[in-house]
Structures are given as C-alpha cells and as structure tokens.
Design a protein around this ligand. Sequence first.
Ligand code: AMP
Ligand code: ZN
Length: 477
Amino acid sequence: MGSKPPHRTCKLERNDRKLELKLYNTLTRKKEPFTEIEKGKVKIYSCGPTVYSYAHIGNFRAYIFMDTLRRVLKYNGYELKHAMNITDVGHLESDADEGEDKIAKAAKKENKDPYEIAAYYTDKFLKDLEKLNIDKPEIICKATDHIKEMQEYVKKIIENDYGYETSRGIYFDISKLDKYPILSDRKIDEQIAGARVEVDKEKRNPEDFAIWIKAPENHIMKWQSPWGLSYPGWHIECSAMSTKYLGEEFDIHTGGIDHIPTHHENEIAQSKGNTGKIPAKYWMHCNFLSIDGGKMSKSLGNTYTLDILQEKGIEPLAYKLFCYTSHYRNKLNFTFEGAKSAETSLIRLREGYQKHLEGTEKIETSEIKELEEKFETAINDDLNMPVAISVVWDIIKNPKKSKQLAELLKKFDQILGIEIDKKEEIEIPEEIKELIEQRNKARQEKDWEKSDQIRDKIKEKGYIIKDTKDGITIEKA
Ligand code: AMP
Ligand code: ZN
C-alpha cells in the first residue's frame, strides 16, 4: 500500500491483462474508466460531517464508502492526496440557505460555546472513524480555520461578475452560467413552483444562492469581512478548502446523494465563477442508509449511533460488513436483525480465516489466481463489494484448509478493513478458569503428568490450551 513501485503501471495486472478501474461518475451519469490527472496520484475531496450532533450510522455509510474508495485506489497502486472538511460553521437548517446555522443552534440549545460543541462532536466523529477502521484522509480541515481563503474565493467570484451583494449577503448569479444545474436533472421551475423558499425580491434569480451571509446582530459565529460582520455559506467552504489543498482541478469529489442537487451543484457553480472550471473530474455519491424504507437522518429523529449498536452487541466492523451487503449506489435498509446477522458473519469470517491459517493443504496457483482475479474484478467494477464479499465467502467455505488461502484473505482485508485476522475473544467459564489455574500450579511443581491430564480434561469440556513462549492461549475446540 502507499506509493507505487516505479516499474509498474497504476492498473492491476493479472495474467497479462490489465484490470481497468471503473467508477460511476454522477456528472456524466456513466460508469467510466478511471484516469488520473497526474500520473500515479489521485486527489480526492470528501464532504465531511456537520459537527453539531453525534454522527449516525447513516453518515458512516458515506464514510465507509469513502474508505472503500481509498483502499481500492491504493490497492491499484495510486498515491493519494485526500482532503475532508469538518463543517463547523455555515450549514443552515435547509441546504438552500434557510433557517439557523446548525452549530449555532446546538450551541444555544446546549448553552455552550459553538467551538466547544464543534470540538466535542468532531472528536467523537474521528474516534468513530477509528472504530470503523476507516483509512483517514491525509488532510482533515475545519471550515473555521479557512475564513480568509473563503473570503478571497468570494471576492474573486464578485470580480468575475458572478456574485452580487444584497442586504442579506453575497449571492451567486446562476444566470451567468452556461448551464445550471449540470449534476442533477432537477428542474429549476419545478422547485420554484414548489414554493419551498420564500421569494427574496433582492435576488436576481430565484435559484441564486448565498455564498456569504451577513450576520444578524445576535448571531454568534461571525467574522469581519469586506461585507461587514458575516459568515460563510456552506458551499463556499468546500470550494475554498478543496482549492487550497488540491488545486483548481482534482480527480474525485465524494459525498452522499443528498449533496447532488444543491451542495455539489453549487460547488460546481462557484468554481465556474471563480476559475471557469468544474473542480473535479469524477463525482461519486453514496446512496442512503434507510430505516423502515425512509432516509435515516438527524432531523427525522430516526438515527442510531455506533455506540447504540455496540450496546446491542454489534461491533462497528460488523456494521461495516453490513454495509458491504449493498452496492454503495443502492439503498440499504437498516434493521437490527440484519446488523446482528452481520455480527455473526464477521465472527464466522474470522474463525474461517484462523482455520485456513492452521491448514496444511496445498492449493493450485491457478486457483489462487482465479480467486484473486474475481475479487479484483469486483472491486475495480465501481467498488462492487457485494460481489467481492461473495468471493471471500467462497474462500472461507473451501473445504481445503490452507495457509495460502489465509494469506489471500489477509490481502483482501486491505480492501475490506474488517480485521479478518483478529482472534475472537472467547468468554471462559469459571470452571475452565479453575482448571487452568490447577494446571499452572501443576506445571510450576513440574508435575507434567498432572498438567497433561488437566489439559485433556479442559479439551473434553470444549477448550484447547496451547503453551507458547508468551504464556498460554485458549481456543474453542
Ligand atoms: P452531514 O453531517 O449531515 O453533513 O452528513 C455527513 C455525510 O453523511 C454526508 O456525506 C451525507 O450525504 C451523509 N449522509 C447523511 N445521512 C445519510 C444516510 N441516511 N445514508 C447515507 N449517507 C448519509
Ligand atoms: Zn462539501
């Protein structure tokens, strides 16, 4: 993993044929062969969380998808430069500039400083990413650390005549664009007819959106700017930070499908207004985790956190495995039964790995290559994890137990990230613990016969004791 060896191309090579990496691009609405801008390097930007509350398992579906993308790119030999933001200001209750700032609202409700709120939930989010063994982006950047860059970005949009000032803030003039929207096929007229947004007479076009917002007097998060005390719009954050860390054009932009119609659409608009370019070549979006058929979301109050899952005996990596049961572009409905069965599957996968590790049978090289090719074809086919997992199960179920297969599973875990080689901790009954103590005593007294007898007794009761240089290990028979 990591940087690519100099002598090979960036594509996986198997049996003299290159395995092409294909990714679905929302912008072109097609699965496309992936080609990077700068040879061997991939620059990615992912929209991070708005840290006003605990991230829920729906949010984590989006970051598990991001993790898979990173792992697949690395597996293909690419070096990554990946930035993810933390939205700690500017995300209003509606994505379309309406309502209160989510962080400020939470700060008022909890009677805390907004920075304290953001720091607390950011820390929790990062810890949860670790629990999920998510390969973190190289750069994690906070919106409030980039106010200057955002203001510069806005100034350039105004200079280029794509932005204008009203009494509420700086707005983006969408009529200046050759095409809007381009990422989604939503119809502007339909949206306006829906009268979701009150008409603002100062706006040149009803769909113009705020890139910089003037702060009402009692607003807590605000900064000096050429336009008075004010704060950034949510979309400008990502435009300014992606440009700072990845440049005007980078390879991949990721997010959830809810970002398509507004947030990412507006990021593209802003970029066109600033540089004249679409910032990313590939736009990738993860579908929703649903519950009872509807979206899981904080505003609907139907969310679960990783902690709740853990309280119910479902380990975070089992949830990750659960996410692999559906392709990232398909909906996935969450149920506790489903998550529990993923927990059982995770245990079976780990046990299956251990059995192969202890195996002595030989597997033909051609069989190994075939399995490898199947797995790699699946992951390179727009991250098709359900198919990749089915290959893993074929290996686990192979009646021939072989170290070669264990090695292959370990290699595949570079993509899965489920710690397949982790030994399950087993609960040892009191009775067995006592027998172990008696055996330890016998060994101290060098009574080897008695020690062996106790070991056999323990085995009869279903546990195997092994003596190693670091002490004993216990497994279920
Ligand atoms: P937020 O903190 O609301 O900005 O969301 C963080 C990420 O989670 C974004 O990429 C959203 O698209 C994604 N997201 C939110 N809810 C869900 C869900 N139910 N399923 C999948 N992704 C989601
Ligand atoms: Zn974003």
